[in-house]
Design a protein around this ligand. Sequence first.
Ligand code: PMP
Length: 396
Amino acid sequence: AWAQVEMGPPDAILGITEAYKRDGDARKINLGVGAYRTDAGKPYVLSSVAQAEQSILRQSLDKEYLPITGLAKFTSAAASLAYGGDALERVAVTQSISGTGALRIGGAFLERFHTGKAIYVPGPTWGNHGAVFRDCGLKVGQYRYFDPQTNGLNLGGMLEDIRALPKGSLVLLHACAHNPTGVDPSAAQWAEIQRVVEECEHVAFFDMAYQGFASGDVDRDASALRSFVAANRAPVLLAQSFAKNMGLYGERVGTFSVVGNDSAERDRLLSQVKILVRPMYSNPPVHGARIAGEVLSDPALRQMWLGEVREMAERIIRMRAALRGELEGLGSKKKWNHITDQIGMFCFTGLSPAQVDRLASEFHVYLTRDGRVSIAGITTGNVKYLAESIHNVTKD
Ligand code: PMP
């Protein structure tokens, strides 16, 4: 029956990890991973998360189904974390299979209830956005975002493209720590983006996969989202993930929400979200949501978690400074200010595909061919060797 089914291409990022694993050199570095690593290069289970899990295990809870929209203790705490104290009575929120699942529910919601049937994402954007939205039946277009000349934001191009979209278009925005570029708008630039989105009556779909990971401050990282919601002019949707900021990658903990005009609209929206979710997976998994719900709502665990998020963000910021410092110390003629100007887990280095290939074949350093480096893969132990390797492939 399946003879006509062809072999699909392998996932680009998984391919890098495979090549890294095969490499026997002791100096090898994997800069492809999209997960946080400690300064010893190890996966990190947050103490707040481990303690929450212990306390849940001690309660010997049952394994009954959750409601369609998930664990209320978790979703309401998650919504407050994202939106702050205001507007919560307007937010229709459901638990989701992490950020990807939230994007998928949002895509299905927009496909069903929005007339545009096309969503516009930044160029470039997270590799999965296109596939997620296309599989929801939406067309996917791009607006300009990254400027390869400056390795920074092309604000003029971005605003021009967003303004040129048909009135009422769907615009996907990375709330903070843009993946893959690490380039975030400043507060003043966000204000301009918001003004244009509102003037054009566009719909803003925020993807917030890194709250706290950019600046170390969960409120500051949510400020663009909150500013849109406070103005209440552009319709807002949100995909929220706890994979990175709680290190709950494999537990698949997140939320999807859509903001209504008032609580009556919220109720109508939520009723339709339930109708979308039920035939997809009936109801979400319980364990990770219990952990995140406990971390967010127990005051002591929450404080501990906020400190741990800050610690992760600060290690990333330190490694950016160290890499730039080493490169400059080697006398590199290239400009490396973007390494420290950019923010979050990733850095768009500006390395060419040929330079990336040389890094792998000659120096045992692995990253995606677009030149994206996961800063989480850098440690005080490998940053010097990494800088030497980058300097070697960029110096002539
Ligand atoms: N959006 C962006 C921009 C991401 O970088 C990621 C994770 N790489 C996600 C969404 C979703 O991740 P998850 O499904 O693990 O929450």
